[in-house]
Structures are given as C-alpha cells and as structure tokens.
Design a protein around this ligand. Structure first.
Ligand code: PLP
Length: 434
C-alpha cells in the first residue's frame, strides 16, 4: 500500500518534483496510483472507531483523506519546505480555507489589495457577508500605513507573492515582520512563481496557498488548490487562535496544538473545514496535478526564458505603450524580484497596446498562435483583457487600486518556441495599430 506523506532526504527541488510524496515499495507501481475509492474497508468497528477519534492513522472516507491526494499534498509540502499540506478542489477553496481556519465572524484580516479578482471578491463580498472584516493595503504601502491597518481583532495578513494580473512582487519580509509584531501569521498565495522560483517560508511567511490549476498543473487539465503550513507559527503565543488552542467540541474535545504540534493547522483544516465544507479534489485530478509537478522546474525555466525575450520585444515595439515584467531591469518590481525570485518570476507579462481598449481588442482578435482564454500559467501562450473579463465585477476605482489598468493585456507566455510567439505578437500588434 502507498506510504502516506513519505518523507525524503533534503534533495534539490527538481528531484523532489519527481520523487517526493510517493515511494513505491517492492513490486509496487512506479507511477502514483489513482485510488479512486470513496471508502475503505475495516475488519472491525473498533478499528474504524479509532480512526474517527484521530487515534489511528489511515483512511476511512475520501472527503477527509485519500492516498493519492495525500501523496501529492506531501510532495507540495516538500517543495515549499513546509510540514504539512492539504489539497483542495480549487485555488478559491484553498484561500477560503486558509483564512477560515483562523477567522470567524467578528474577526479581521489585513490584505494586500493587489490580488486576483476572484480572491478580492471572496474577501470583500462573500467573507464580509459572513462577518469577517478586511482592510486592504497597497503592496507598496509604507511601514506606517501597514501598521495602521491592524486592529485588535486582526487574525492574519494576506498577500500574493507575485500578484495576478498586476505583477507586484510582495515584500514578504516586511509583511511577515508586521504580522508577527501583531502576533498573527502571514498567508501568501504563491501561485505565479511556484516554489521553483520563490519559497516564501524562507522569508518568514507562515502559510502558503496555491491555485494548482496554474503552473503546477501547467497543461490546463484540472482545477485545484493547496494549503501548506510552514509549521513555524506558534499558535499558543497569545489567545487569538482558540480554534487551535482550546478543545474542539465538534471533534471529541481535541486541542489541535496539544495533539498535533506542528501539524495542528492542517489537521484542523481537514478535520473541520474539509469535513464540513467538503472541497476535496477527485483523486484523478490529484494524479493529473502530480504529472504536471514532475516537469515543473523544466517548464518554469522555459516560461521565464521565453517571457524575458517577449518582454524585451514588447518594450522596443512602437505599438506598445507600456510593459510590466518584473524580470526587466528598470521595472519598478525588478529589485524585489531579484531578492525574492532571483531565478525568474513567471511567464506572465502585462502590457498596454497603443490605442487603448479598442486597439487591445483588435490585437487579441488578430492573434493566430496565442489563445484568448481566462486561464493563465499554461504551457500554451494565452492572453486576456482582465478589465472586461475576470475583473469585470470591480469598479474603475477598485481596478486602479488593484493595479489593473483598463488597457492592460495579460499575456501568459507559454513554452512554445519564443521566435514563434514573438512573430505572432508582431503581426497582431501591426494589424491592431495601423
Ligand atoms: N490565486 C491566484 C493567484 C489565481 O490566479 C487564481 C485563479 O486565477 C486563484 C487563486 C483561484 O484559483 P482557482 O481558479 O483554481 O480556483
């Protein structure tokens, strides 16, 4: 049978991408098996009862744990350098679970405003409706502005390491220090750089989330998410986290920090949130995600190499009004990118076509190789106009605050040959602006 969350030597990240999480035994399949079973058989009721009391390790129902899902979660925990992780059915569920594991009605969160539109909506509309309050700050805010955002009831700080689509690089150390001064953890969504390009725990972040739908999968085959815990945050340092440090009446009076130590955060996330909200991925999706993870370092290198060439091309083009790519010397985010993501940021570039919104639409329609899709971070080059699609629920002011200009085109550079990508962009830009 598969080994649950198998630990590895401290291999380099490319080795972990291929090998972490699943170690076949003698005569067992070399490929991670898909355990497509909702349930697991026991020889006695007592043996099963011990599992319900969290006294025995194993599987009883896939909503709570599944061997395929666990192996992939363990791989991602190893890639991030964390102690434990849980897969979710989407990136949205990952961010929801990370916040809800700490916050209830009456609590407050400090969040960077430069985050994915769906996450902003989750926070600003849905979680507000449920009684969780948010203060949004610019990722470039001063220390004083950041300090002023905290309240007595603040339970966590949230940001994206490389924001979608505005491409701000979060000053992770600054946000982590501020969070820790107030006795709360920093949660970061590390979807765009992936752990290949940025490992936020090394800079003081406490919890990492991902939409695994993006580069981790890389082939647009599954929607998924993950929450990873560094194991570094001390939940017992104050009385802000009673859900972790006092008995859980909904789970036999367990005190997560006492019983599970460094695994407390993820165990609570599974035994409360996954039990009650049920956003588990199918094991088949976890299998597809695992295939993507095996080649993640190769793909990230190619995405970044291609994006660097494409950004340089766009920068010198007469048809382009501005280009934002944190890998370009001179880009306002360049210095932070060099610090937090020295080997590359991602394949995502944003830019404006001369002629504004109308020219941007013509440009997209003229593309032959690049696909118009809502998706991003795929092996195929794709484009999107966020203001009229993913971010259309935001007001003009909210768009500006989130760094999303109305003429912004988000270009997700794929792993095709860079010359072919550039030729396609050149012909489409010429048609759109002549
Ligand atoms: N976080 C980031 C940075 C994203 O870009 C996205 C989706 O684009 C999400 C979270 C939400 O992920 P999903 O679409 O997998 O629910």
């Amino acid at each position: 049978m598969m080994k649950r969350g198998c630990q590895m030597k401290d291999y380099k990240i490319a080795t972990k991408c291929v090998r972490a999480g699943y170690k076949p035994g003698n005569k067992e399949p070399i490929v991670l098996p898909i355990v497509q079973s909702t349930t697991y058989k026991y020889d006695s009721g007592d043996a099963m009862g011990k599992m319900f009391d969290l006294e025995d390790d194993g599987y009883f129902y896939t909503r709570l744990a599944n061997p395929t899902n666990d192996a992939v979660a363990a791989k991602i925990a190893a890639l991030e350098g964390g102690v434990a992780a849980v897969l979710t059915s989407s990136g949205q569920a990952a961010n929801l679970f990370a916040v809800l594991n700490l916050c209830a009605a009456g609590d407050h969160v400090v969040s960077s405003v430069a985050i994915y539109g769906g996450t902003f909506n989750l926070f600003n509309v849905t979680l507000r409706r449920m009684g969780v309050d948010f203060t949004f700050v610019s990722p470039d805010c001063s220390d004083e502005e950041l300090e002023a955002a905290f309240k007595e009831n603040t339970k966590c700080v949230f940001g994206e390491t490389l924001s979608n689509p505005s491409l701000n690089v979060l000053d992770i150390e600054k946000f982590a220090l501020a969070a820790h001064r107030h006795g709360v953890p920093l949660i970061v969504d590390n979807t765009f750089p992936t752990p290949v390009n940025c490992r936020p725990f090394e800079f003081g972040a406490d919890i990492v989330t991902h939409s695994t739908t993006k580069y981790m999968d890389g082939h647009a085959t599954q929607v998924g998410g993950v929450v990873v815990d560094s194991g570094n945050f001390d939940w017992t340092q104050n009385d802000k986290f009673p859900g972790l440090t006092t008995p859980d009446d909904s789970y036999h009076g367990i005190v997560y920090t006492e019983r599970f130590g460094k695994a407390a955060f993820i165990t609570k996330c599974v035994s409360q949130l996954m039990r009650d909200l049920g956003s588990i991925p199918s094991p088949h999706n976890a299998f597809l995600l695992n295939l993507g993870l095996e080649t993640l370092p190769l793909r990230m290198r190619q995405h970044c190499e291609n994006a660097q060439k494409v950004a340089a091309f766009l920068q010198q083009s007469d048809c382009v009004s501005w280009v934002s790519y944190p890998g370009l010397p001179g880009d306002p985010e360049y210095a932070k990118a060099q610090k937090y993501m020295p080997h590359g940021t991602s394949g995502v570039i944003s830019f404006g076509v001369k002629g504004g919104r109308e020219a941007a639409t013509k440009f997209m329609d003229a593309l032959e190789l690049a696909n118009i899709v809502t998706h991003v971070a795929d092996c195929r080059t794709c484009v999107l106009h966020p203001a009229s699609t993913t971010h259309r629920q935001l007001t003009k002011e909210q768009l500006e605050e989130g760094g999303v200009k109305e003429d912004l085109i988000r270009l997700s550079v794929g792993i095709e040959d860079a010359d072919d990508i550039i030729d396609d962009l050149r012909q489409a830009l010429e048609k759109a602006t002549k």
